[in-house]
Design a protein around this ligand. Structure first.
Ligand code: SF4
Ligand code: F3S
Length: 103
């Protein structure tokens, strides 16, 4: 599962599409955690898609990640600023790749 303490345990190494990238990153195999309020561990995401389908405010968008060992696309929390903290995405992700910091 995604480390809920990633803010402390990882370093922010950049941004992509305005979304924070938390390392380590070694493309294409290792992509790190993306997002801050809504965070997705790209190295866990298997592109199930439940988060995209269920989020009531459409926070997520697909991004292509060719040659990643788990899946060739990931759910980017592109619109994390719109999140209403319903926690649905956290509940539906089959691999616990999502953390929402509702505190
Ligand atoms: Fe969307 Fe709710 Fe997840 Fe926020 S907590 S990203 S509103 S499903
Ligand atoms: Fe990925 Fe989980 Fe969404 S596997 S696509 S973060 S439901």
């Amino acid at each position: 599962a995604i480390d809920p303490q990633f803010h402390e345990n990882r370093e922010k190494v950049g941004e992509e599409n305005g979304i924070a990238v938390w390392g380590p990153v070694d493309e294409p195999e290792e992509l790190g955690i993306r997002g801050t309020h809504v965070a997705v561990d790209y190295d866990l995401c298997i592109a199930d898609g439940a988060c995209l389908e269920d989020c009531p405010v459409d926070v997520f968008e697909w991004v292509d990640t060719p040659d990643h060992p788990e899946s060739e696309r990931k759910a980017e929390p592109t619109h994390e600023a719109q999140c209403i903290d319903c926690m649905l995405c956290v509940d539906v992700c089959p691999v616990d790749a999502i953390d929402v910091d509702a505190g």
